[in-house]
Write a protein that binds this ligand. Structure first.
Ligand code: ATP
Ligand code: MG
Length: 221
């Protein structure tokens, strides 16, 4: 399912029949609502989701689309990102098609926020979370994936059959004060990712009492 470096299919628009009319998104297809968008299972493909804005934020959208284009240009690896497939028309307005992340058993993967919330009674052990955190940090730095902030609600934990899993970034890709040069100069981009990652770890420690050790220690480049 994962497509590798240099594969440019990520930006290809999904096949749509222009005569078929808007795609119908119904309440039973709803996955979750964020602050800006609602995320629906794509009725045409269970491995895709369609996001529609319930609170319009065109600046955010531009930021995200620019970031995906930059990643595309760099020949980024998509392993730990939800791929973007383009824009469609839905009964709820313009929709944006992404890869829908699912666990090994077909259930839609839950956010890190879900697993950190004691009320859900579904927690992750340090043995499950630490390797996934390390891999995501490495991935973001290697692929220069710039984000706004790294927030638990914008990461999902994709469970594997062996009880481990991977953390993927599903939202907040791209930066508010997007300065193209910062994204082209690799060392500046990577420093920024380290900065945001450090804040993310501090937030996990202070907000959730979660200390996974020195994932972003000085050794880890
Ligand atoms: N690719 C995906 N795979 C699985 N679940 C997803 C995916 N994209 C979004 N979701 C679910 O839908 C929720 C809302 O989507 P998203 O984060 O894109 O909306 P948003 O309104 O932009 O978020 P925010 O509240 O961070 O501004 C996510 O928190 C997550 O629960
Ligand atoms: Mg979000």
């Amino acid at each position: 399912m994962n497509q590798r470096k240099g594969d440019n299919r990520g930006m290809a628009p999904p096949a749509t029949d222009p005569d078929a009319g808007p795609i119908r998104l119904t309440p039973d297809l709803l996955v979750a609502r964020g602050h800006h968008r609602a995320c629906y299972v794509d009725p045409r493909d269970r491995d895709h989701c369609i996001k529609v804005y319930h609170r319009p934020d065109p600046k955010d959208l531009k930021r995200e689309q620019t970031a995906y284009r930059v990643l595309q240009r760099h020949g980024a690896d998509w392993e730990l990102l939800s791929r973007y497939f383009g824009e469609v028309t839905t009964n709820l307005g313009p929709g944006y098609v992404f890869e829908l992340i699912r666990d090994h058993d077909g259930r839609v993967s839950r956010t890190l926020e879900h697993y950190l919330d004691p009320a859900t009674h579904e927690s992750l052990t340090a043995a499950e979370l630490t390797p996934a955190m390390r891999a995501l940090r490495r991935f973001l730095i290697d692929n220069r994936v710039i984000s706004q902030e790294i927030a638990p609600r914008n990461l999902v934990f994709r469970r594997r059959a062996d009880r481990g899993g991977d953390l993927l970034m599903i939202d907040d890709i791209g930066n508010r004060d997007y300065i193209p040069i910062r994204n082209h100069l690799a060392f500046m981009a990577r420093n920024r990712i380290r900065l945001y990652w450090g804040r993310f770890e501090a937030r996990l420690r202070e907000g959730y009492g979660l200390d996974l050790g020195a994932i972003s220690g000085p050794d880890s480049a």
